[in-house]
Design a protein around this ligand. Structure first.
Ligand SMILES: [Zn+2]
Length: 99
């Protein structure tokens, strides 16, 4: 599923701060290797893949990176595991069946 087809934005606002959203074919992190997404908290850039296996995986990757921005900008202390769980919870709630 292409992120462009999902209508993902080029910018998101977190605590009044604009994060640019970039889309790449591959995302490489020096510590983690190939990633599903990245959040550069210094440069205020969220990087996502141009394509994910499913719509839900794309949304979860986006929420995961948005959570990094939210937690940082609001000064919340949270483990990476909890951050990911919340991203998963939001994604599932937002993609709930309508019938
Ligand atoms: Zn993360």
């Amino acid at each position: 599923m292409k992120t462009r087809a999902l209508g993902f934005p080029d910018r998101v606002r977190v605590a009044g701060i604009i994060y640019r959203v970039e889309y790449r074919k591959r995302i490489w992190d020096d510590d983690d290797g190939l990633c599903d997404g990245a959040c550069d908290l210094d440069r205020k850039i969220i990087t996502l893949l141009r394509k994910y296996p499913t719509r839900e995986v794309a949304h979860q990757a986006f929420w995961h990176e948005k959570m990094h921005a939210i937690v940082t900008e609001y000064g919340i202390e949270m483990s990476h595991e909890d951050l990911d769980r919340i991203a998963q919870g939001i994604t599932q709630a937002e993609n709930s069946p309508t019938t």
